[in-house]
Design a protein around this ligand. Structure first.
Ligand code: NAG
Ligand code: NAG
Ligand code: NAG
Length: 166
């Protein structure tokens, strides 16, 4: 049978991992605002103006793979709609994801419809350090550290193991 102390350590470790997962949760952005948003009819600058992209987030390109494609290109190729010598071909089945691993500007275009406006520039920022005090003027964000049910449960469990069963 497991000793009380090692069981306690195990539970505390599990709880800490759960809390870390909760705090570093990445966001999945549906490009264009929905699961089929990668189309020529979407206003992508309008869409990005309402989104906040942080390092570790993911993009989801949902589209008809018969008609459309997704390529990561550099800024020049984005402006001029040039697919040749692209950085990455993201086109697979039309439900394709891309991880934003760096704080920089990423550029994506559709090969045949880029001139029609089917292209998007994504400005990725570093994850901000937790603010010392809540700012009433700050816009709500999914990334801010919030007290979630998992955290409440975690704290309750740590409390129980450290004090009640000691
Ligand atoms: C896209 O949205 C932006 C910002 O709302 C607007 O300025 C622009 O005219 C729109 N473009 C098109 C093609 O509708
Ligand atoms: C962008 O990529 C194209 C094609 O590979 C290349 O010719 C061009 O020099 C690149 N531009 C920049 C600014 O890196
Ligand atoms: C991009 O990838 C798709 C799916 O793997 C493939 O069918 C297509 O030929 C590729 N396009 C280019 C230009 O490499």
């Amino acid at each position: 049978m497991m000793e009380g102390t090692s069981l306690r350590k195990l539970v505390v470790s599990i709880v800490i991992v759960m809390m870390m997962v909760e705090l570093t949760k990445a966001e999945l952005h549906y490009v264009g605002g929905n699961k089929a948003g990668w189309t020529p009819n979407t206003n992508f600058s309008e869409w990005t103006s309402h989104e906040k992209f942080l390092v570790g987030d993911w993009l989801f390109f949902g589209f008809n793979k018969v008609l459309y494609t997704v390529f990561e290109v550099n800024e020049t190729s984005y402006e001029k709609c040039i697919v040749q010598d692209f950085i990455k071909n993201i086109t697979k089945g039309g439900r394709d994801v891309f991880e934003l691993t760096e704080a920089k500007k990423y550029y994506f275009i559709c090969k045949d419809y880029c001139f029609g406006g089917m292209k998007v520039a994504i400005n990725v920022q570093d994850i901000p350090a937790p603010a010392p005090a809540p700012d009433k003027n700050a816009s709500p964000s999914n990334h801010s550290i919030q007290v979630t049910p998992v955290m409440v449960l975690a704290i309750a469990m740590i409390w129980a193991f450290l004090f009640k069963y000691y």
